[in-house]
Design a protein around this ligand. Structure first.
Ligand code: SAM
Length: 277
């Protein structure tokens, strides 16, 4: 066994005891699979934990379901990034869905996930799913007015993901959405990555009329406190009185009616960050 550390900042990190299962270098990044006693298998890209068997449900449910519930009839859904397949799995729990497009830049992530993380990637070969191995930024240029929900399941805003956190990218997202379309993005940790978080929120707010931020607790992500930013021009994304019955029909382990009801309850310091953004 080895001790693996993800450096959350220069001074603090997450350290786990693990067996190394697989390490490869793809065209875009180093892909590492670890097996850990507490978190099960762990997917690490360029030294950063992306998902673990034990806590992945929290992130994937909270990324996918709020937008899928708020949209009254999501039929066409796009995931950008998300090559592990967890977000796709959650999207397919919604019966209205007719097609899911997954745009992942690195095919090796999908190959590794299908081999080592079958419970996360299990729906990637569903007939409703079409996989595109492309950069999410250029992918959107060819698809105007098409999707009901677009989900940014990207890595941290460095390297290939950096572009996915910019205003110009969110403008493309907006023009790829149909009327009543909703987008949601993972937007980092308000505690340890305040700059990334507030910048992403600020850029999204420049583009969309209605924007909301909500949080979830993901133990293996920096600080545990994780943020998501949801936005739409035509849907009041902060009104969680809508479509409550859809939540009750979902089989989930974290997202539930009481979380949906107070989705936008934010700690005071997070509200202050948003005011300044
Ligand atoms: N839940 C994760 C997190 O916050 O740590 C993200 C998981 S997912 C594995 C992130 C994926 O985004 C990676 O597989 C990466 O290859 C992909 N990605 C990064 N930049 C991209 C881009 N420009 N277009 C499409 N996919 C991209």
């Amino acid at each position: 066994m080895i001790w693996f550390t993800e450096h959350w900042t220069e001074n603090v990190g997450l350290t786990v005891k693990a067996n190394e299962v697989k390490r490869i270098k793809s065209k875009y990044q180093e892909i590492l699979v670890l097996d850990t006693p507490e978190f099960g298998k762990m997917l690490v890209l360029d030294g950063l934990v992306q998902t673990t068997e034990r806590d992945e449900f929290i992130y994937h449910e909270m990324l996918a379901h709020p937008a899928m519930v708020m949209h009254s009839n999501p039929e066409r859904v796009l995931v950008i990034g998300g090559g592990d397949g967890g977000t796709v799995r959650e999207i397919l729990k919604h019966k209205s869905v007719k097609e899911v497009h997954l745009c992942e830049i690195d095919e090796e992530v999908i190959i590794v996930s299908e081999k080592y993380f079958p419970s996360i990637s299990e729906k990637l070969r569903d007939p409703k799913v079409k996989i595109f191995i492309e950069d999410g930024n250029s992918f959107l240029e060819e698809r105007k007015d098409y999707y009901d929900v677009i989900i940014m399941d990207s890595s941290d805003p460095v390297g290939a993901s950096e572009v996915l956190f910019k205003k110009e990218f969110y403008e493309k997202v907006k023009s790829s959405l149909r009327k009543n379309g909703i987008m949601v993005a993972q937007t980092e940790s308000p505690i340890l990555q305040e700059k990334y978080f507030s910048r992403a929120f600020g850029e999204i707010r420049k583009v969309f009329r209605n924007v909301g931020v909500y949080l979830a607790y993901v133990p293996t992500y920096p600080s545990g406190m994780w943020s998501f930013t949801i936005a739409s021009d035509f849907v009041d994304v902060k009104d969680t009185s809508v479509n409550r019955e859809k939540v009750k029909e979902l089989k989930t382990k974290y997202f539930c009616d009481s979380i949906y009801a107070c989705l936008f309850a934010l700690p005071q310091f997070v509200q202050e960050i948003l005011k300044k953004s």
